[in-house]
Ligand binder design. Sequence first.
Ligand code: ZN
Length: 100
Amino acid sequence: MDMLLITGIVIGWWLILVVAVGTDAEKRGKTQWWTFATLLFGLFAVILYLIYRDNVEYDTYRCDNCKSIYYSAKGADRHEKISGHVVKIVPKPESEIHGK
Ligand SMILES: [Zn+2]
């Protein structure tokens, strides 16, 4: 009985992860391969997805004055307002553009 309950909870969480990755991948125009990978490998695929997603999807901003790095326009804007520094977008390396 207890084993059945635990198995049910694990499967429940697994399905939640699959749906979460599927929804996020769709929103970002990513391949649904990630949804399939999550279905097969569970949490392991989710961790890989999060790493991959962060590295490729976002633009990078760097402050010319203090060399701070930002991964969102919002964060870069906030830094400009607070410090008066000039934050510039970092051009994407060639390999990332061709990888799309
Ligand atoms: Zn700065």
